[in-house]
Design a protein around this ligand. Structure first.
Ligand code: NAP
Length: 251
């Protein structure tokens, strides 16, 4: 019997797969059988090596998601190179930290454009491909700040709370059409996104004290949830934001 988690023959488009959480997810999807199109602004050299070593097809697509400009081209390049898109992982994202009282319009727009606006229009473009081929799986990379307020990150919190809402509305519209739209909310993961937090000893200590698992997440901790949401094992799961947070939200 085939495993319900098997992704053999599926094509996944993963944004920001050169490093961190996106890399962890791309490698996990490939290990479950998927071919990978990695779209982003830095060359995904390590990711390519890891995925080709697993015997999967891999294509790298250069794109800056700070605007919607590359969206149509990215989708076309992925479809031409790998024959379709069955799974979309909206992972590329940025964070800007400053007190809300002084927060700049630039820091607002940069984060909202990358984390929310481009995600919506990329998803819209990929959904057209999925609808034409009978369905697919969309996985948005949300955050604990899809549930909580955070501090000194107003545009990030707005974007990730917005992304949880977007996950629900798209699930409402597309669930009956064969597309599952869900999100993963990573807790505190050791990536470049959280370098500043880990460098601040007091902040690092208080974060660790609150995580029931007692450690930061590693990129390899996120892959299982992504494989689940990308596979037929989750066919009746729609519109959820699944925390992978070492228990943070339970505390
Ligand atoms: P990361 O190591 O900084 O990775 C961010 C990824 O997004 C990189 O591949 C980056 O490319 C890409 N990216 C950023 N802006 C881009 C743009 N304009 N165009 C194309 N690619 C762009 O951080 P990470 O922690 O793995 O973050 C991945 C996702 O997880 C983000 O959405 C983040 O908000 C979310 N997240 C992270 C944590 C955590 O604890 N680390 C927690 C919750 C949610 P470059 O390498 O070229 O910059």
């Amino acid at each position: 019997m085939t495993s319900p988690f098997d992704l053999t023959g599926k094509v996944a488009l993963v944004t920001g797969a050169n490093t961190g959480i996106g890399q962890g997810i791309a490698v996990a999807l490939a290990a479950a059988g998927a071919d990978i199109a990695a779209a982003g602004r830095s060359a995904p050299v390590e990711t390519q090596k890891a995925i080709e070593a697993l015997g999967r097809r891999f294509v790298s697509i250069q794109a800056d998601f700070g605007s919607t400009e590359p969206v149509a081209r990215v989708v076309e390049e992925a479809v031409v190179a790998l024959g379709g898109i069955d799974i979309l992982v909206n992972n590329a994202g940025i964070i800007r930290r400053a007190d809300s009282i002084n927060f700049s319009e630039d820091d607002w727009d940069a984060v909202m454009n990358t984390n929310l606006k481009t995600v919506f229009f990329l998803t819209q473009a990929v959904a057209k491909v999925m609808l034409a081929s009978g369905g697919g799986k969309v996985i948005n990379i949300a955050s604990l700040l899809s549930f909580q307020g955070g501090i000194r990150v107003p545009s990030y919190t707005a974007s990730k709370s917005g992304l949880a809402g977007l996950t629900k509305i798209l699930a409402n519209e597309w669930a009956a059409k064969g597309i599952n739209v869900n999100a993963i909310a990573p807790g505190y993961f050791e990536t470049s996104n959280t370098e500043a937090l880990r460098a601040d000893q007091a902040r690092n200590k208080s974060i660790l004290e609150r995580i029931p698992a007692g450690r930061w997440g590693q990129p390899g901790d996120i892959g299982g949830a992504a494989v689940f949401l990308a596979s037929s094992a989750s066919d009746y799961v729609h519109g959820v934001t699944l925390p992978v947070d070492g228990g943070w939200l339970a505390r």
